[in-house]
Design a protein around this ligand. Structure first.
Ligand SMILES: [Zn+2]
Length: 182
């Protein structure tokens, strides 16, 4: 769930590609802007080394806000499925993205907050980012996805690639070992 001061965003649709889309981040917050769309996984350059499959899209919602102290925020939600590489069998392991990031915009010359930025619960984070007149949405999405990914994605149950086959070829005794296991 978003924080209580969050505008409702559930009803927004995600039919527009956000490829190349930029916003003036502080203006967007000041105007309580709402932006929805999708980013194609193939267009998220920094993700390419991390995914095993680069088809599909992630749904993105950005909502701007000024808080009670008139400080500008962007609230970012990212939803989707990524095919990561299992670190045990090197097969594709599906990973569900449910990211909600609360990004406080820091103006040029404004002191960077230290104490106010809390580590949220899993999938949620309050962060500070530099305000940008040409903030590239896909770059923000990339960054938040990378931060959210597991360090070593793995299937719940799988084996090393071709373990049994390799053993059988290597030694006739390996076949016996396989039989004994059952
Ligand atoms: Zn695996």
């Amino acid at each position: 769930m978003f924080m209580s001061h969050e505008p409702a965003i559930q009803s927004l649709t995600h039919e527009t590609s956000l490829f190349g889309k930029t916003i003036d981040s502080i203006e967007f917050a000041r105007n309580c802007g709402q932006l929805t769309g999708y980013c194609a996984v193939a267009e998220l350059a920094r993700l390419q080394d991390l995914v095993g499959v680069n088809t599909g899209v992630v749904a993105v919602t950005v909502v701007g806000e000024l808080d009670e102290q008139r400080r500008p925020w962007l609230h970012l939600a990212v939803r989707g499925e990524l095919g990561l590489v299992c670190q045990r069998c090197l097969g594709v392991v599906s990973h569900t993205l449910e990211i909600e990031a609360h990004l406080r915009l820091i103006r040029t010359g404004e002191p960077w907050p230290e104490d106010e930025v809390d580590e949220g619960s899993e999938g949620q984070a309050d962060e500070a980012i530099a305000a940008d007149e040409g903030l590239l949405i896909s770059s923000l999405v990339e960054e938040e996805i990378i931060l959210s990914l597991p360090y070593a994605p793995m299937h719940e149950a799988c084996e090393l690639p071709g373990e049994d086959e390799l053993n059988r070829k290597a030694s006739p005794f390996a076949a016996l070992a396989v039989l004994k296991k059952h």
